[in-house]
Design a protein around this ligand. Sequence first.
Ligand code: FES
Length: 111
Amino acid sequence: MSQPVCPLSAIPKGEAYRWEVEPPIAIFHTEDGEVFAIDDTCTHQDASLADGWLEGCEVECPLHASRFDLRTGKVDAPPAKKPVRTHQVTVTDGIVHVAVSDAAPNLPPGV
Ligand code: FES
């Protein structure tokens, strides 16, 4: 079921919002105006992807520079090996809604 998170206007293009659910979810607003949601925690170690660098449809982890594809959650650059979960996003009346995946998250060891 999809849940309201925040107004899209609260996330400038090229930036991310960390939604404090358990586990946290990062919502990205790309320069092209698309919106994606993935698990916020890198699958390599405990780093917040919302603090990473957004480039096109990819985010680079701030800790060891793994890159994840926001559309699929796939790893595009190591050292991470496992994908992050992706979540379905809709924007209705300017509000970002996220339907949290019911797949198991790929959290790193110790998290
Ligand atoms: S914690 Fe993200 S690449 Fe190491």
